[in-house]
Design a protein around this ligand. Structure first.
Ligand code: GLU
Length: 281
């Protein structure tokens, strides 16, 4: 059975881009007699704000989407994230790191999809564990798994290249798991078979595929859809250029009609679908 999910982070209001993403996930599940889950990715430290969550639920209902089963909260799963991190530590694949962003930026010699590439400063040195983040030793992990592939429904079979991100953080200083670890574990725990999300997360899937191989998790299929962009090609962002769904809802707009328009590719003035596969800023 096909099972998809929509996984918003409560660090700002939902906008049209989220509505589009939720509709993609919802409709693929419904078209295949599958299930559509709603997961709140609420472990992002201080950026996670509970007051957004009730708005998210109301926004989704407003555009006519209902989800199967109870709403899933990442904050209820911290023990599972910690257990997975312990397992990777026991495998010798994580190392503690206390470098600051500024230190990394100063020492980096290359840039990855998320910014300056971590230069491996802490990989082979003793680090005080108090308040340290834990990074995945990517080369060691790949030596452990061997070559990996994953499939995007739109782009086809991909050779996994997690090394383009360098040694990513899996356990943050301020949160029990990074997005990569939490989302990968959750998709497995929730039995998600089709991961739909925006094309801006295409490259992140290389890391997720590696984590699946390391942790013996099932491998779903992905579908990275085009993002909604403004006239200058910038993706919609929570605070920058996208009116919140909640504002539109409160202004009395017809949410069902809006959802039908998005499905038909009729976007509000100045908004269109971005490139097929592209990392947008
Ligand atoms: N929580 C992520 C976001 O709001 C989505 C991650 C995903 O779908 O894998 O961008």
């Amino acid at each position: 059975m096909l099972r998809s999910r929509f996984a918003p982070s409560p660090n700002g209001p939902l906008h049209l881009g989220h509505a589009y993403a939720a509709i993609v996930a919802h409709d693929l599940a419904r078209d295949h007699g599958g299930e559509f889950l709603l997961r709140i990715e609420d472990i992002d430290g201080e950026r996670s704000r509970p007051e957004y969550i009730a708005e998210f639920l109301a926004d989704l209902a407003w555009i006519g989407l209902c989800w199967d089963g109870p709403v899933i909260y990442q904050s209820a799963r911290l023990a599972a994230y910690a257990a997975a991190a312990e397992r990777l530590i026991a495998m010798g694949l994580l190392y503690p790191c206390r470098c600051t962003r500024a230190e990394i930026a100063a020492a980096a010699t290359a840039v990855g999809p998320d910014g300056p590439l971590y230069p491996g400063t802490c990989r082979a040195r003793a680090v005080d564990l108090a308040g340290a983040a834990w990074r995945l030793d990517c080369a060691k992990a790949l030596a452990f798994t061997g070559p990996l592939e994953w499939t995007d429904k739109l782009a086809g079979v991909q050779h996994a290249t997690p090394e383009i991100f360098g040694d990513v953080v899996l356990v943050r200083k301020d949160a029990p798991a990074s997005y990569h670890l939490a989302a990968t574990l959750d998709d497995a725990a929730d039995g998600v078979t089709l991961v739909t999300r925006g094309a801006d997360l295409f490259a992140a899937t290389h890391i997720h595929r590696l984590l699946q191989a390391l942790l013996d998790l099932p491998v779903p299929v992905w579908r990275h859809h085009r993002l909604l962009v403004t006239a200058d090609g910038t993706k919609l962002a929570k605070r920058r250029n996208a009116p919140a769904l909640a504002e539109r809802r409160r202004a009395g707009e017809d949410g069902i009609a809006l959802a039908m328009a998005l499905r038909a590719g009729r976007f509000p003035a100045g908004i269109s679908l971005g490139p097929v596969l592209h990392t947008l800023t």
